[in-house]
Ligand binder design. Structure first.
Ligand code: NAD
Length: 390
């Protein structure tokens, strides 16, 4: 189909401030570009790094006023909380150990928050954040990126409509190769903090990518984990945290699951794949080909759905931006999460009621569950790969 699509509703521009995402960082720039894609919010302040020089350099490149570039996040949040041009939300894109204190202060000061996953390094801290956001009636988004793809919305709709029948088995895999060697010893900073328990928390591989499988399966199916058994491997010599993980899952209601995440899987870039099998059919989605999904029903030929070409549910259709064959990817998925969150926040600030679709972004409670998943995997593995209740 050759047909453009209006962007997702028109609203006044909101304002945001960012912690993390300095020059040389990975995900902060992705967040900024994804927000800019729909023009619904603009960056007004930042503490982009622990290094003030980096913050100044980043701020200059982004055209920010120097008076709104800060030496540390606390100074920024306190100053911006009383600024006449006060931001509407705070984006947190720092390593895992800093999410909790930054988000905590932001909530205390009355800011809505967008924080990358994992939400915190303990479920107790994550729960505190979720409780505080609820108590203060502040929106809190945790950026589980892959739930932003239109095709994922459509598969979720198919499963919720019962098209696959009762879900029996779920297979999720997320292989990457980037930590097949001891990259962290070379000074590569993303590898250095992810393999350092003081900054990453109790897990590397499960925390970094296994957590995406957990969220995706829950988002697609609504299944709730009852118990799990995990084996976390440390293949990198002397590496204190896991770099490969195999997890068996029992869901409430009898469905089963198998999640494999790996950073030592040579030959794989970002091979996130999920397969859901029901009594009547199955679906499969692969992150490296995100505009298509495989759908199969018993006694019928296997088919493939193509975003932009084939009919999808209204929610998926609304987030599909360009005609078929023109790939949408990671940035657009992120932009869909932001567009939804910012629209919801804008409506909330205007006192308008929020619909189910308005609230279709990952919330703090999902972040709490994600951190509990990490903890339970570590608990099971460290006890000798035993079944643990979720
Ligand atoms: N949603 C996703 O798909 C996805 C992808 C990648 C990373 N992440 C998450 O995003 C977060 C950041 O990961 P990354 O790969 O971008 O890391 P990174 O190391 O590339 O960037 C982290 C940035 O935070 C800054 N920083 C660190 N401590 C700070 C502090 N106290 N105050 C201000 N700035 C500070 C660093 O200087 C750097 O600019 C992690 O929690 C990670 O799990 C999520």
């Amino acid at each position: 189909m050759i047909e453009g699509q209006e962007t997702l509703g028109k609203i006044t521009q909101l304002k945001y401030a960012m912690v993390g995402g300095g020059v040389g960082a990975f995900i902060g720039d992705v967040h900024r570009k994804a927000i800019a894609m729909d023009g619904k919010a603009r960056l007004v302040a930042g503490c982009f790094s622990q290094s003030y020089e980096n913050t100044l350099k980043t701020g200059e490149l982004l055209g920010l006023d120097k008076s709104r570039l800060y030496r540390n996040y606390e100074e920024m949040l306190r100053a911006e909380a009383v600024h006449p041009d006060r931001p509407d939300f705070i984006v947190i894109v720092t390593p895992n150990d800093t999410h909790y204190p930054i988000a905590r202060l932001a909530l205390d000061l009355g800011f809505a928050v967008v924080c990358d996953k994992p939400l915190a390094t303990s479920s107790k801290q994550a729960q505190e954040l979720a409780d505080l956001a609820r108590k203060k009636d502040l929106l809190f988004c945790v950026t589980y990126t892959y739930s932003g793809f239109p095709i994922i919305k459509h598969l979720r709709h198919l499963i919720a409509s019962g098209e696959l029948g009762q879900i029996r088995f779920v297979a999720g895999e997320y292989p990457q190769e980037w930590l097949a060697t001891l990259l962290e010893k070379t000074g590569q900073k993303q590898a250095a903090w992810r393999t350092d328990p003081a900054r990453a928390g109790i897990s590397n591989c499960v925390g970094d990518i296994g957590s995406h499988i957990e969220h995706m399966v829950s988002y697609l199916t609504g299944l709730e984990i009852e118990s799990l058994l995990a084996r976390l491997d440390h293949f990198g010599e002397g590496r204190p945290l896991d770099d490969n993980a195999s997890v068996m899952v029992n869901f409430k209601g009898g469905a089963r699951g198998l999640y494999w995440s790996s950073q030592i899987a040579i030959g794989h870039d970002n091979g996130f794949r999920v397969r859901i099998y029901g009594t009547k059919g199955s679906v499969e989605w692969y992150q490296e080909d995100p505009n298509h999904a495989r759908i199969a029903f018993l006694d019928k030929p296997v088919s493939y759905i193509s975003r932009g070409r084939d009919p999808m549910c209204p929610r998926a259709q609304a987030l599909s931006r360009i005609p078929s064959g023109h790939n949408e990817g990671y940035f657009e998925a992120f932009a869909n999460i932001y567009s939804t969150f910012i629209t919801a926040l804008d409506k909330k600030l205007r006192g308008e009621p929020l619909t189910v679709d308005d609230l279709d972004f990952p919330h703090a409670e999902e972040g709490v569950r994600g951190v509990r998943f990490i903890e339970k995997c570590v608990e099971s593995s460290s006890q000798g790969c035993v079944w643990v209740e979720f």
